[in-house]
Design a protein around this ligand. Structure first.
Ligand SMILES: Nc1ncnc2c1ncn2[C@@H]1O[C@H](COP(=O)(O)OP(=O)(O)OP(=O)(O)O)[C@@H](O)[C@H]1O
Length: 286
């Protein structure tokens, strides 16, 4: 079942001269992890904002085409341009780059409960969701902490917890690790993987750390200049090293090495992870 269907979508911000999205069409299936990569300014953030209806409902401009969201739990379909963002955000949660900009409560638990109180849920349901969100994001024990005192990785996990508590089926993450150090990045991307694999969450992830996308995504889309220029399984995208470099996309070291080894006939296929590379290389016999 497709939970996201984007059809012939084009968008130009007010007063902008150029379209930031041009004729974009794609679908996302339930339970899928779709990775999006592309150089700066290629329209990735703009695309994320169309998936929960912030564009065109809050940020206006010239909007053509349709974004249809299907709630997999109820089968209901929403055309984003006809549905309030508050309704859409109970199906699609959007996580932004900078965790600080998403946190504004005095404690971790207030941050998570905030949106729930606005949903008008019963006390028991709020507590149940609060406990679950703390548990799944590994923030249990930090309920009373002041969010700015948390590490970057914890803050981004808190932003994700607050969104998860709203009960979405889809998480859209726009470079959620760009402000984090390697430890924070690992925590957040580990959580995203867990939510997708263990909790069946559908994920759309924009991430410039291509190594993660190639390792964990089911499918990868490459954007440039507002358009999708490549789409396929990670193994297929990994074959296009030359084209990715030309587009200004940094390749993971393991991919550069494996392309070089294949050129020298030391490897018969490119590999996506260091573990795979090590297990594929044969030790010379004595
Ligand atoms: N609020 C805005 N008003 C006008 N133009 C904008 C606005 N936001 C983005 N743009 C333009 O839209 C295009 C796509 O920008 P967008 O931020 O979506 O790209 P991106 O791929 O997410 O880039 P980055 O990786 O740097 O975040 C760019 O040309 C950008 O200048």
């Amino acid at each position: 079942m497709n939970v996201i269907t984007v059809e012939d979508l084009s968008f130009k911000y007010r007063r902008a001269e150029r379209y930031s999205l041009r004729d974009v069409s794609f679908t996302v299936k339930e339970g899928e992890l779709l990775g999006i990569i592309g150089p700066s300014g290629s329209g990735k953030s703009t695309l994320c904002l169309t998936l929960n209806g912030v564009i065109p409902n809050s940020i206006r401009g010239e909007f053509k085409g349709d974004v249809i969201i299907r709630d997999p739990r109820t089968g209901e379909e929403f055309n984003t341009k006809e549905t309030p963002v508050a309704r859409l955000s109970t199906v699609v949660g959007l996580v932004l780059q900078n965790p600080e900009s998403q946190l504004f409560n005095m404690t971790v638990e207030e941050e998570i409960a905030f949106g729930l109180e606005n949903l008008g849920l019963e006390r028991n349901e709020i507590l149940r969701r609060l406990r679950w969100a703390l548990e799944v994001t590994g923030l249990k024990g930090l309920e009373k902490e002041f969010p700015p005192n948390l590490s970057g990785g914890q803050q981004q996990r808190l932003a994700i917890a607050a969104i998860l508590a709203m009960g979405p089926s889809v998480l859209v993450l726009d470079e959620p690790t760009s402000q984090l150090d390697p430890v924070g990045r690992k925590e957040v991307l580990g959580l995203v993987s867990l939510l997708n694999r263990e909790h069946g969450m559908t994920v759309v992830l924009v991430e410039h750390h291509t190594d993660y996308i190639l390792r964990y995504a089911d499918r990868v889309m490459v954007m440039t200049d507002g358009s999708i220029v490549m789409e396929g399984k990670p193994e297929e995208i990994a074959e296009e090293a030359e084209e990715l470099r030309r587009l200004g996309i940094k390749l993971p070291a393991v991919l550069e090495v494996s392309h070089e080894l294949r050129k020298r006939e030391l490897l018969d296929r490119v590999v996506l992870t260091p573990e795979e590379l090590l297990s594929t290389l044969k030790c010379p016999s004595r």
